[in-house]
Design a protein around this ligand. Structure first.
Ligand code: GLU
Length: 286
């Protein structure tokens, strides 16, 4: 069996220790299996992506000792591919254009109801205001949403295999949970060719990813990805959600944590082996 992993950073800030852990782990897992480690630049949000951050990602990863095949996949080159996937879902009758802004959604959501989740892995659960609009009515200012009730009826009830430390095992999608606790997710954002969920699913399939290694914060989003794979007829990789690297107070690291940027450790004279030790990985054999 082939074994292909990837590291998929967004070039919106410096890589920190959490990114180093994710990239090194995905790389080590591929090497251990005689497989391939790929890099993907998730620059779909062009309002936040910067070429200088992308250049620094390459420099930091090379310094860490990682190598990957060229050319690197970049989401900004792939907008027609995401559009085609969205159109495939539209042809199945599963999408609608939505013109609600954040305030509209807050207002329509109304007072929280006891026992009903307000937020899911795609943010606030959409109250369905635009659900009756037809795809043909879409204007450039709309987002495109997935009608979750129709989607779970159209898809095979899927499942996925998780090998990470917290949720090891087989997970079956729960249609009711997808409807009530995830809701009508966004497939295409304003001024963006595809949402994170749509693009990650299409990219993992097109790169032939067999093992998606990523942070535990994305575990809840995996049910969305597996549903989209099922609808689009794409293979589901095995997922491995790893622990998050936290600071001394237990907070997970964020892009703004410049103090833990790899570039800073590099400037202070740390070695790649020091970084491995800091994130709890064994020394590299290469
Ligand atoms: N681009 C995402 C991030 O930087 C990772 C997405 C994924 O691994 O599925 O958090």
């Amino acid at each position: 069996m082939t074994f292909t992993t990837r590291f998929a950073p967004s070039p919106t800030g410096p890589l920190h220790l959490g990114h180093a852990y994710s990239a090194l782990l995905a790389h080590d897992m591929a090497v251990a299996e005689g497989g391939t480690f790929l890099l993907r630049i998730e620059d779909i949000d062009q309002s936040r992506a910067r070429p200088e951050w992308e250049a620094q990602i390459y420099g930091d990863l090379e310094w860490l000792g990682l190598r990957w095949p060229q050319p690197v996949m970049r989401q900004s080159d792939r907008l027609p591919r995401y559009q085609a996937a969205m159109e495939q879902l539209t042809a199945m009758g599963l999408t609608y254009p939505c013109r609600c802004n954040r305030a509209d959604i807050e207002a329509a959501a109304g007072a929280p109801q006891e026992g009903m989740p307000q937020f899911g892995p795609d943010g606030r659960i959409y109250p369905g205001t635009c659900r009756g609009r037809l795809p043909g009515a879409a204007s450039g200012r709309d987002v495109i949403r997935l009608n979750m009730e129709k989607a779970v009826r159209a898809a095979e009830p899927g499942s996925f295999t998780e090998t990470g430390p917290d949720h090891d095992g087989t997970h079956h999608l729960d249609p009711e949970q997808l409807i009530s606790a995830v809701g009508d997710i966004i497939l295409v954002r304003r001024n963006m060719g595809g949402s994170y969920h749509l693009s990650v699913v299409v990219d993992d399939a097109d790169q032939g990813i067999t093992h998606a290694v990523r942070g535990a914060d994305l575990f809840e989003a995996t049910q969305i990805h597996v549903l989209l794979q099922s609808l689009l007829g794409l293979p589901a990789p095995v997922y491995h959600h790893h622990r998050l690297i936290r600071d001394e107070s237990g907070r997970r690291l964020a892009k703004r944590d410049d103090a833990r940027a790899i570039a800073k450790y590099r400037a202070e004279g740390a070695t790649p082996q020091d970084i491995r030790e800091m994130v709890g990985l064994p020394p590299s054999s290469s």
